[in-house]
Design a protein around this ligand. Structure first.
Ligand code: HEC
Length: 126
């Protein structure tokens, strides 16, 4: 007489041959979350994409390279407490080139800015 577990294993000796969704199979790499699907991308698309292209200048400057030499604290203050970075040289230079000011996002949390920073850094590597 068969025990229950051995019935379940019949025909499925190699776990990779088991049907997807039975819980024993890991998703293949293409199903795993990529940086492009990250929380940072979602935040970026909702709040920034109307003015910033990751690679090309648009209403605002391209994000590629924009954080070079700048840390998390800069991005956090720039987005949430703009007045504190008003003496930054590149901020001043951008103000002369661009017609609009970047929007201020006082409600963004540090975790959200971290996610945005990670997304921007992904593009800086391109
Ligand atoms: C309404 C258009 C607009 C939106 C929306 C916007 N930006 Fe900007 N951003 C600009 C413009 C214009 C500049 C350049 C002038 C300035 O610095 O204010 C800029 C500048 C910047 C800079 C460069 C700071 C510097 O001067 O070096 C960063 C970083 C930035 N934006 C990030 C973001 C992020 C992240 C978001 C979304 C959370 C965002 N921006 C949303 C228009 C926008």
């Amino acid at each position: 007489m068969f025990s229950v577990p051995s019935i379940l294993w019949l025909g499925y000796k190699n776990p990779n041959e088991m049907p997807a969704g039975c819980g024993n199979k890991f998703p293949d790499e293409s199903q795993l979350l990529k940086p492009a699907d990250s929380a940072g991308k979602v935040l970026f698309q909702a709040n920034c994409a109307s003015c910033h292209h990751p690679l090309k200048d648009a209403v605002g400057p391209a994000l590629k390279g924009i954080l070079t030499g700048r840390d998390f604290n800069f991005l956090y203050l720039f987005l949430t407490k703009r007045n504190k970075v008003k003496n930054d040289k590149l901020v001043q230079a951008h103000k002369k080139i661009y017609i609009f000011n970047c929007m201020e996002f006082r409600y963004l949390t540090k975790v959200e800015v971290r996610n945005l920073e990670a997304f921007i850094h992904d593009y800086a590597a391109l």
